[in-house]
Design a protein around this ligand. Sequence first.
Ligand code: UDP
Length: 351
Amino acid sequence: MTKRQDSYPFFCSIGCNIHAMMKVLVTGGAGYIGSHIVKALGERQYEIVVYDNLSYGHPGAVLYGRLIQGDLADQVLLHDVFRRERFDAVIHMSAFIVVDESIRDPLKYYRNNFVNALNLIETCLQYRVYACIFSSTAAVYGIPDKVPVTEDSPLLPINPYGASKVMVEQALHDVSISAPFRYISLRYFNVAGADRLTRIGQARKDATHLITVSLRTALGKNNYLDIFGTDYPTPDGTCIRDYIHVDDLADAHILALEYLRKGGGSAIYNCGYGHGASVQEVVNRVKYVTGIDFPVRYADRRPGDPPALIADASKIRKELGWTPKHDDLDYIIRTAWEWEKKITTTPQTHP
Ligand code: UDP
């Protein structure tokens, strides 16, 4: 089924910037991170086609371009789309992301995250689409020996979610050797926050991430927030993560795309700010930003949580010139807070 969305934003060939020439397929572009990437592309006049099965995405989150509702397992539709459209590049975002679920149902993760990625890569090769940005994760590192973690740290995932991403990275690498195909793998750290204008944000009702769950607790949707583990070898005993605003992450995708367009070679980059906040610190900031003192319960450790995950992001800063604009935990929380309030008072925000 092909669903047409709003028309393209208007642009003309006179005086418009060169990005207008590029036509990009964004798989998973109706999801939380994907929709912010589509926004960043649209603001820069790229031509965009979103391919999303809408299992978690929302048509209303696609602010630019056209939405095609489809699954990467549907090879007939995928081929049809590649035959009709002539893409210059692909941004591959669609994947399952819940670590617990990946442990309970690993094949679901290997099928969607790995096998479907192979379908996409194979289709790219067939239609000579030789530039790909891949949405990877810090989960590829497992429990790193050293933080901040660099891209050349060993890949030792501790769950099928992380393993499925390592497998795709391996496939991309091997294909980039055998074909004139180039890719950038972006390893995301803890992505949070929402659109400055509160048009898009995390819309999953079952979201498990700390900032979203804390904000929903502040709104009274949960009775309390569980802090998972207080005996980690960190200054306050709770886990440390590198929280990055989703718009800064979206900008990294634009830079990666431009780098490939200019002929840059395949590469892998961490996407984080290079410093972390503990769970307790995040909870304190959420209470401060919202002005709500919600109940907290100190619970056991959650299985599979590394004590600290912080990006060494010097490579992407140096090689792609990535300069984050929102390295501010309060801003991340504030934008997410505005979004959570909006979807609570107007649940039809994403019909
Ligand atoms: N966390 C927590 N309570 C929650 C959700 C998360 O204490 O309700 C902790 C989690 O154990 C981890 C950190 O917050 O130490 C970040 O977890 P999240 O799920 O946001 O991201 P992850 O790092 O697992 O990708």
